[in-house]
Design a binder for this molecule. Structure first.
Ligand code: URA
Length: 235
């Protein structure tokens, strides 16, 4: 038996938050009765959302090299292109976490709610690496401080590594690679903003053991069975 909102999310129908909304709005029934948030259901229960039966979709997993100027969500109110628009599939895939509109790089998309929840939960500390170009040059003491960890909105961010790759003295810019094990929105930009620098270009290079190898910006590929298994084995 599992909680209803989890079962709905795991079916690929929608996110867990959206499932909770449907339940709260009394749009979900279980065996003909209006459902309640947190109720436990089993495989045998008949779940309807807005009178439509919940069916299990085939699980799909994609690795996208997100281009800039594409939004990391399923739909956009401002009708901007989304990452989901890039991938031709009939299943309800959605991005695992987010990259900012102007950030490029590795983004996973799936309809596997269970895996997505695991990968994005802060306690699981999945490493993501980024290359950031900033409008300044970190001083040695700033690099030390960054390596030691910085408190952002009352929680410490402890980079797994920090490496200065390039310094342009003439333009006073630098390129830094950094590893982060959490997924708060705009986290890399906030880290550099702590020192007063602006991130002018940001690319996610890797997600756990996955990289962008073989892909150009805007391209995607399905994950292999081996990769899916390996992501599950991180649990
Ligand atoms: N950190 C950011 O600031 N932006 C991203 O898109 C990802 C991580």
């Amino acid at each position: 038996m599992e909680r209803l909102q989890k079962v709905i999310a795991n079916s690929g129908y929608c996110s867990r938050r959206k499932a909770e909304e449907y339940i709260a709005k009394k749009q979900v029934t279980v065996n003909g009765e209006v459902a309640t948030l947190g109720m436990k259901v089993s495989e045998k229960d008949i779940i309807l959302i807005n009178q439509t039966a919940l069916t299990k979709e085939e699980k799909e997993y994609f690795l996208l090299y997100k281009p800039a100027n594409v939004i990391s969500s399923v739909k956009d109110e401002k009708k901007r292109p989304t990452v989901v628009d890039i991938i031709p599939t009939k299943t309800r895939i959605y991005p695992v976490g987010r990259l900012d509109y102007n950030t490029t790089g590795l983004l996973l998309l799936t309809n596997d709610g269970e895996l997505s929840n695991f990968l994005t939960h802060p306690k699981n500390e999945i490493e993501k690496t980024y290359t950031a170009k900033i409008n300044g040059i970190l001083s040695p003491s700033e690099i030390m401080e960054l390596k030691k960890g910085i408190v952002i909105e009352e929680r410490k961010v402890h980079p797994t590594f920090v490496k200065v790759k390039k310094i342009n003295q003439e333009h006073q810019t630098s390129t830094i690679t950094i590893g982060i094990t959490e997924g708060r929105n705009h986290i890399v930009k906030k880290l550099f903003a702590h020192f007063g620098y602006k991130v002018v270009k940001l690319k996610r290079e890797s997600y756990a053991f996955l990289t962008l190898e073989g892909l150009k910006e805007g391209e995607f590929r399905p994950l292999t069975r081996k990769e899916i298994k390996k992501l599950y084995s991180l649990r």
